[in-house]
Ligand binder design. Sequence first.
Ligand code: APR
Ligand code: PHB
Length: 390
Amino acid sequence: MQRTQVAIIGAGPSGLMLGQLLHRHGIDSVVIERQSREYVEARIRAGLLEQGTVDLLHEAGVAARLEREKLVHDGIELAFDGRLHRVDFKALAHETVTIYGQTELQKDLGDARVASGAPIHHGAGEVAIHGFDGGRPRVSWLQDGVRQELECDFIAGCDGFHGVCRASVPSAEIQHHERVYPFGWLGILAEVPPVADELIYANHQRGFALCSMRSRTRSRYYLQCTLADRVEDWSDERFWEELAIRLPAERARGLVTGPSIEKSIAPLRSFVAEPMRFGRLFLVGDAAHIVPPTGAKGLNLAAADVRVLYRALVEFYRGGGETLLDEYSGRALRRVWKATRFSWWFTTLMHRFDDDAFSHKLQLAELDYLAGSRAAATALAENYVGLPFD
Ligand code: APR
Ligand code: PHB
């Protein structure tokens, strides 16, 4: 039987950040991931980091390439009713955000794991967790058809929304809160310079649009689409035409188009599982909560969870007892619910919901209020750049 201190299920950003921070503090972990490294690193996700996330990556010693390649943004533009309004994060919240693709971060974390020499098993089949309600948790899985068993002190469930960890908790012990939105996001990645220096969030009667970027030469654009839409319905030409319609003319004029290198549709969901701790099992990141992508809080919430958990584990192994471990769920959830609220609010403000002209008028009134009120814009700025990590 293999043994470790912390068994980490899932090698997404949550699992690898946690593993790296524990390694830096002399705590052993084994990472068990269902997919191959190539598969995990090819997934395209948002690319916006709060300062708290950047700080944590420094703490983990994985920020060297990030520091060389990042773009720093001081604000965003809101487009609505033919207008363009800038929200200045630096002036309003004294903070900036960092643009760095999650795909790149995933590679940096993968490299760091390999360099640390700490074990990571990709391609694990039939992963199962056992005994986390008692003192002897175990993980079992199939590696190349051979059954493996790992004994540990704690299990970190970093296995995303569809993972096995949350699903292993008896239903009487866990509560789920969920909201599904009646639309999706159609995203494309293209090797073209971004339409503007900052991100543009557009509320348009035909639906929401977002102009984002990965670098000065690579753009990421999104359009609100219906749940019935399929990627095949959207040629590149149709995408660019629709994006231009949804942007204010002064921005649409500057749009540089080109062939897409990726195109996909994602549904939008808010989801929170409570609590986030069950005996010796801790849920972290997407395994415990999902936010709609408006505002790009997913990765940042995962980082905040990791920070609370790794500090509690360090304290425990230093002989400081379980107080911080006991506080993990409560502390993480306070921040999770605030980000859930913000992501829901920003989604609700910017998307087209139905043909109800009244709701659209309310959105425009709120956007006009945001454009004219420092207090309202400050509330947006504070949440967007990220609330304090603890
Ligand atoms: N056994 C082992 N690994 C599993 C299992 C399983 N049964 N189920 C899922 N996994 C793996 C997935 O293959 C994935 O690599 O767990 C990992 C979970 O990673 P993510 O889904 O990226 O979740 P997380 O690490 O919490 O990252 C949160 O990613 O989804 C975005 O918006 C989210 O940006 C946020 C960040
Ligand atoms: C992205 O770059 O993919 C992105 C940026 C901001 C968001 C959502 C997604 O709000």
